[in-house]
Design a protein around this ligand. Sequence first.
Ligand code: NAP
Length: 311
Amino acid sequence: MTTMEATVETFCEDRIVSGKKLAAHIEAEIMREIARLTEMNEIPPKLVTVQVGEDPGSTMYVRMKHKACQRVGIASGQFNLPENITEEELIEVIRTLNRDATVHGILVQLPLPKHINEERIISTIEPMKDVDGFSPTNIYRLFYGSELLGAATPQGIVTILDHLCSRLQGKHAVVVNRSTIVGKPLILMLLNRDLTVTVCHSKTVDLPSFTRQADILITAIGRRKSKEDPYFITADMVKQGAIVIDVATPNGDCDLEGMKDKVAFITPVPGGVGPMTITMLLKNVLSAYAFERAATNVLTSDAIDLGTYAS
Ligand code: NAP
């Protein structure tokens, strides 16, 4: 699947990057691919989400994921499990989904209640159905340069960059975040593209001295600096002509109005990285489906253990 026809003019206006427009373009391609499968009488790709408890934020995210599946023709199912489910019971649910040949993607909505070990749960998901990209096998793949099932937010960020810039190689990216869901996978994806990468975090001394060096600045702090001074990243902290990707929600880390005449491109909040994240999940479901179909068409079930098939 190629998305390279989305030219900068189609999703940027006045240096502001519309993640929404780029996401819509990629979703249209996914839709075409699924329509093609339907014409061939193939079963559609299917995502199943697993939510434990009733946290309103998680419920909203899960609902958005199902709506996105509906938009493009991906089938979806949902497990809503009680807050007091045991770790063993949850593992059994995941093992059942791992064995279900009609399920191509499994997504456990995080965070999980404190009595459940998240790492153990994520490790239980069959790696080729792990559409969130956090299972040990998929992290290992990323280490070796494969982004087949990469984490959705970092994938959304690098997809924006791939479309903005025909030559990323050698550029200096500064990432202000080192979390497992954003910064760490993102660093590997940037290295895969031969960028020079600097990572900053809350213990970094003199943050502006680093951000000013960035050809590409990616920031995901997600807190207001102070009541009077809301933005961590202000115009004086960015280099003339830099690309700025603001991942933080709901308010953004960057003073967009203050810096938009200085930068080459900047992503707004909302409407920047957010819409791309969900679209990358859909893309991962399609990739997981394609892998499963290729494996079942080419290999007999005796010949392959998908759990250990790493590349
Ligand atoms: P997180 O785990 O709290 O990470 C925040 C990062 O910012 C940490 O690495 C932290 O450093 C760093 N930081 C905090 N204060 C700083 C400071 N004063 N100077 C420099 N760095 C500082 O949060 P997260 O889960 O990665 O999410 C980050 C933001 O991205 C949130 O706003 C979240 O809502 C947003 N997000 C958006 C999407 C999307 O799809 N749009 C997806 C995921 C996350 P330490 O490591 O030292 O604590």
